[in-house]
Design a protein around this ligand. Structure first.
Ligand SMILES: Cc1cc2nc3c(=O)[nH]c(=O)nc-3n(C[C@H](O)[C@H](O)[C@H](O)COP(=O)(O)O)c2cc1C
Length: 339
């Protein structure tokens, strides 16, 4: 058993991760039948990382409504017919000791599917993008219910953890940011109003889900008059009051912006939200080395380490990180001779 914090267990509400490594959600655009269903590729892709000893495998942004897909090849959870494939996925990941999470998503104005697209206001993302239709209160109500139904289906499919996608300029993020939300009703204007959709989604999900709940946020819009980490400290306090367990701290993508990207470029946001909103956080963004991950955890800057692209390059990254930290981890029993 390693004495490194990266390889220490993390427990919440009866779910124990064997280490602090999370496979960050990554859309694979591989639901080739365009019906949102799990394909053989998804099984191979996610199970490989479970064999690679990732503590928590988070399944990519999974759409709660068909019009909330980024592309028509996104995974979906808008219909009971999606449960079977997702259940096969969770049941085949778990024997390798990884826990499973799913990111529930609605792309809002960034949906690239055919037909009408929706957002808080009729403002396109950029000049090349389509203009969304401003959601009515009825549309909002239906969307909140879609997140709730998605959570119910995620539970039926056997997921251990649910994450609500509130980042990267998708629907919930569009409501949060004053750059994309110009509404004049109770869903726009003040921070309380812009937070209202997320508040309702969290409350609705919690009616059917009592397991660990994460929310991913974009902690900076990187734009004058946009949101920054101080705004997310405020939102973080509200999320904590509502019973969210961890904020997965990403940034950007609500409007086009130049972002200075460097190793660990979003870690300070996770650190600030953790310290000031007093809630657990996940750090993500160009974390590629075990030493870097260990530094973040030992200095109390985050509780979990989300790794995206490095896990695409190296499905066995936990083992690589262990080597970098001069320690060893156990592999699947089948690999005892080689590991
Ligand atoms: C191919 C790809 C797909 C992604 N899809 C999602 C997604 O579904 N949901 C999400 O929140 N972030 C998504 N992201 C962002 C990653 O989760 C992560 O936040 C980002 O890549 C930075 O981490 P990294 O430097 O470890 O790659 C995606 C990134 C990549 C490269």
């Amino acid at each position: 058993m390693s004495n490194r914090k990266l390889f220490s267990p993390w427990s919440l509400k009866g779910v124990t991760l064997k280490n602090r490594i999370v496979m960050s959600p990554m859309c694979m655009y591989s639901s080739h039948e365009k019906d949102g269903k799990v394909q053989p590729f998804h099984m191979t892709h996610y199970i490989s990382r479970a064999v690679g000893q990732v503590g928590l495998i988070m399944v990519e942004a999974t759409a709660v409504t068909p019009e909330g897909r980024i592309s028509d090849q996104d995974l979906g959870i808008w219909d009971d017919a999606h449960i079977e494939g997702l259940a096969a996925l969770t049941s085949q990941i778990k024997p390798y000791g990884s826990k499973t999470a799913i990111q529930l998503a609605h792309a809002g104005r960034k949906a690239e599917v055919e037909g009408t697209i929706y957002g808080p206001s009729a403002i396109p993302f950029d000049e090349q993008s389509r203009t969304p239709v401003e959601m009515t209160k009825e549309d909002i109500k239906e969307t909140v219910q879609a997140f709730k139904k998605g959570a119910e289906r995620a539970k039926a499919a056997g997921f251990d953890i649910i994450e609500i996608h509130g980042a990267h300029g998708y629907l919930i993020n569009e409501f949060l940011s004053p750059l994309s939300n110009h509404r004049e009703d109770e869903y726009g204007g003040s921070p309380e109003n812009r937070y209202r959709l997320l508040r309702e989604v969290i409350d609705a999900v919690k009616e059917v889900w009592d397991g660990p709940l994460f929310v991913r946020v974009s902690a900076s819009d990187y734009q004058t008059n946009g949101l920054d980490v101080a705004d997310y400290v405020g939102f973080g306090k509200w999320m904590k009051e509502q019973g969210v367990d961890l904020i997965d701290v990403s940034s950007g993508a609500v409007v086009p912006a130049d972002i200075n990207v460097f190793p660990g470029y979003q870690v300070s946001f996770a650190d600030t939200i953790r310290a000031q909103a007093e809630i657990q956080t996940g750090a993500v963004g160009l974390i590629t080395n075990g030493l870097q991950a260990e530094e973040i955890l030992q200095n109390g800057r985050a509780d979990l380490i989300f790794v995206a692209r490095e896990l695409l390059r190296d499905p066995y990254w936990p083992k690589t990180a262990a080597k970098q930290l001069n320690t060893t981890i156990e592999g699947p029993v089948q690999y005892d001779r080689a590991w």
